[in-house]
Write a protein that binds this ligand. Structure first.
Ligand code: NAG
Ligand code: NAG
Length: 734
């Protein structure tokens, strides 16, 4: 007992430094020496004027200077990793009756891409947090203004009355009913679990009703009579043109509202902010800001959790975890947000599209945490309301997570809804600081990253919490084009930030540490990374074809510096991947997607950014689809790469693959025939580079020549690439 009391006095969280940092620094130093030697070699061996390959050489030098520079930046991510753990029992001991209110924001934008059933599963999983219900409020922002999403949420509000007590009684985990019932099929066979079977039936009945309504495209009159909210959907309402809709589906203040176990329920609110064609809606940032205002009127929780509609909570204690950071007496007050990693529950065994983002979540973000805190990545993130609303950090700041309930909260639901609607209109933000100094920032495709950066620049810290058992699980892209398009959007948004006045080296100068500025830049430079990689993937091959050497020969001592830098990086990445729990095949897939992203997504992002700067095109926000057809998902589960559409990105991939294959085969054959084997000595590195690219592209050749299913490479892509390869051969070798 005594010990427990003493234990209750300790900090609410602890930070631990990574173990291998000394080794890593020594290793980095050695690689750096290797890189410098490569530079020296390039600078001292430029072919003289008139000699073939002079310009190609200078280009390679440029690429290698860039790689070296970028490599230095990435070292910041591994320099000082920090790992966190929390003590939830101390939180309960000290604060159980003083816990702050928490508002959860779930955002959805399109019911065809994000089906209502998926959305309400996420909503139910967060409603079921192990947290006092009267202090929990859940808001769904529906940017499509879909009647079906509203209907689904209404059904969920009814289902929650049985689901929440059920979760408490059986300590259900995870608390997304769809996931729970799909995973625990075995438990359900147990005859003792009658109640679970009943619950499952109830869930399936709800799911059926919602899907049926969506399928026939209408909601029965009878159903519509059940709730006044349906009256909002007059014939004038369309997804792009409708007034603000705010409906409080469960009013948590109402003592008579309780679940089947007699306990109170969390507040549940549906919001579709006003949309008018003549007003720009600012995508998700606009929705979040409307939520910030609407929630301030209804519950005004000082802590906000933001999740995407496909990211269900996989741990009912995550709120308490996050509060351990905010409420720690000593270090809590400077923390503005607690970011959880984005994890996914539908990644295949070998992570075909490298969509688990393991490096980002298991390496990079721990590194950033050591420099002042991770990025805000738009989902699975707990915020202090004040900092999200633009408050600067100051030493004098008292970290009390009180936040009064809005006085209006005394009034009846109808008044509340009307007040809230006025906060979600198109004109509300005119001439205000919203989108600039308040709330999420407008004008950037990655509104979350820029908002996180500006919060950190206001003096706040952030924390990365990556527990063993993941807090949030979402749906990863499950086709190649989805993956590439998603990365195009990210890299484009990040690069735009770099070019704007928020460039971390300028805006962040003196506000955040140099290490953190470097960490941010590693993401912001994704797009420009494409050019040197593309150069490396094309030029050595073409010169190999013509028998011109651009690298030191095997007999030269300089060879060692190239071999060391490449070899050491490869081995390091294999070991790191295996430590992170990848399979060897998974590592190889990661390398492939690494190359694919750089030659397509990032290139397109770069081009689009410049077109936008020149005013040729405008931004658009593409949501990655969360559903694909059955045949496609079968191929995904079998780890068969999905091509199948005539995307210009695939033309580039195919061109690079074919070019390297032909150069390697024809070039090597011709040289050996004409000049004997000795010449290969001077071309060895080029052959290795080409060979590696060929190996990595194995699935592309397969899709081109061997497959007959619908996921193979379309014929027109093949012809377009063949044409491009021909053109490439006509480039004079200078
Ligand atoms: C992942 O999710 C997609 C989309 O819902 C689905 O098609 C695919 O089968 C899932 N894959 C796995 C391995 O669960
Ligand atoms: C999700 O939660 C369950 C427990 O409910 C756990 O067994 C599982 O490992 C978690 N998933 C991940 C990816 O951590």
């Amino acid at each position: 007992m005594e010990e427990e009391q003493r234990d209750g006095l300790g900090p609410l969280f602890e930070s631990r430094r990574g173990k291998n940092w000394v080794f890593h620094r020594v290793f980095s130093f050695c690689v750096f020496v290797g890189i410098v030697l490569v530079w020296v070699y390039r600078a001292t061996h430029v072919p003289s004027r008139g000699e073939k390959g002079r310009w190609a050489w200078i280009g390679l030098f440029g690429a290698e200077v860039w790689f070296g520079f970028y490599w230095v930046l990435t070292q910041s991510l591994r320099w000082n990793p920090i790992y966190r753990c929390t003590f939830k029992h101390r939180l309960s001991q000290r604060f159980e009756d003083k816990l702050p209110r928490v508002d959860v924001f779930v955002c959805t934008a399109d019911p065809t891409i994000e089906p209502p059933v998926m959305v309400i599963n996420t909503v139910l999983s967060v409603m079921a947090y192990d947290y006092p219900a009267e202090k929990l409020s859940v808001y769904l922002s529906d940017d499509f203004g879909s009647k079906f999403t509203f209907y689904a949420l209404l059904e969920a509000s009814i289902f929650a009355r049985s689901w929440l007590p059920f979760c408490r009684k059986f300590k259900v985990e995870p608390r997304s009913p769809a996931v729970y019932f799909s995973e625990s099929s075995k438990i359900l066979d147990d005859p003792k679990t009658e109640e679970r079977v009943r619950m499952k039936k109830l869930y399936e009945e709800m799911e059926r009703k919602i899907n049926a309504a969506v399928a026939i495209g209408g909601i029965s009159e009878e159903m519509q009579k059940q709730h006044k909210g349906f009256a909002e959907w007059t014939s004038m309402v369309s997804s792009r043109n409708h007034p603000a809709i705010v409906q409080v589906l469960i009013d948590g203040r109402d003592q008579t509202e309780c679940d089947s176990g007699g306990c109170s329920l969390p507040t549940l609110v549906y919001m579709a902010r006003e949309k008018r064609p003549e007003y720009h809606h600012n995508f998700k940032a606009g929705a979040m800001n409307a939520l910030l205002r609407v929630s301030s009127e209804i519950s005004n929780g000082p802590v906000i959790l933001n999740v995407d509609c496909d990211m269900y909570s996989n741990n009912s204690e995550s709120v308490r975890d996050a509060l351990c950071f905010f409420m720690d007496e000593e270090k809590g007050r400077e923390i503005a947000y607690v970011q959880f990693p984005q994890n996914f529950d539908n990644v295949t065994k070998n992570d075909l599209y490298a969509s688990s983002l393991k490096f980002i979540s298991d390496v990079d973000f721990h590194g950033m945490d050591g420099h002042g805190g991770p990025l805000y990545i738009g989902s699975g993130c707990f915020h202090r309301r004040e900092s999200l609303c633009g408050k600067k950090y100051s030493e004098a700041y008292k970290a009390e997570l009180r936040g009064d309930r809005p006085s209006i909260a005394q009034s009846n639901v109808y008044t509340l809804e009307e007040r809230a609607k006025n906060l979600a209109t198109c004109t509300y933000e005119e001439n205000s600081q919203w989108g600039k100094e308040m709330g999420l920032k407008y004008g950037f495709p990655v509104e979350d990253v820029i908002t996180g950066l500006s919060i950190q620049c206001k003096g706040w810290k952030s924390v990365y919490y990556n527990p063993q058992r993941k807090g949030f699980l979402g749906v990863a892209p499950s086709t190649l084009s989805q993956t590439l398009v998603q990365h195009k959007r990210w890299s484009e948004g990040d690069f735009q930030i770099f070019l704007s006045k928020y460039c971390p080296f300028i805006y962040g100068h003196g506000r955040i540490s140099l290490g953190l500025q470097m960490c941010y830049s590693t993401y912001f430079f994704w797009a420009p990374n494409s050019l040197p990689i593309l150069y490396y993937a094309i030029v050595p091959a073409l010169f190999l074809f013509n028998g011109i050497s651009l690298f030191p020969s095997l007999s030269s001592l300089w060879f060692i510096s190239f071999a060391f830098v490449a070899g050491a990086s490869f081995i390091y990445s294999i070991v790191e991947c295996l430590c992170l729990g990848y399979t060897l095949q998974g590592w190889w897939n990661e390398q492939r997607i690494w190359l694919f992203k750089r030659t397509t997504s990032y290139l397109f992002a770069l081009v689009d950014t410049f077109l936008k700067l020149l005013g040729v095109t405008k931004s658009a926000f593409i949501i990655t689809a969360k559903v694909v057809d059955e045949e496609v998902s079968k191929r995904y589960e079998n780890e068969m790469m999905e091509f199948g559409s005539s995307s210009p990105m695939f033309v580039i991939l195919t061109t690079i693959a074919m070019l390297n294959l032909l150069c390697l085969a024809i070039g090597v054959k011709r040289m050996v025939m004409d000049e004997g084997v000795e010449i290969l000595d001077s071309l060895l590195l080029q052959i290795l580079i080409c060979g590696l690219i060929v190996l990595i592209n194995a699935p592309v050749y397969q899709a081109l020549f061997l497959r007959s299913d619908n996921g193979r490479m379309p014929t027109n892509v093949m012809f377009a690439s063949a044409f491009l390869v021909l053109i490439a051969y006509m480039i004079p070798m200078v």
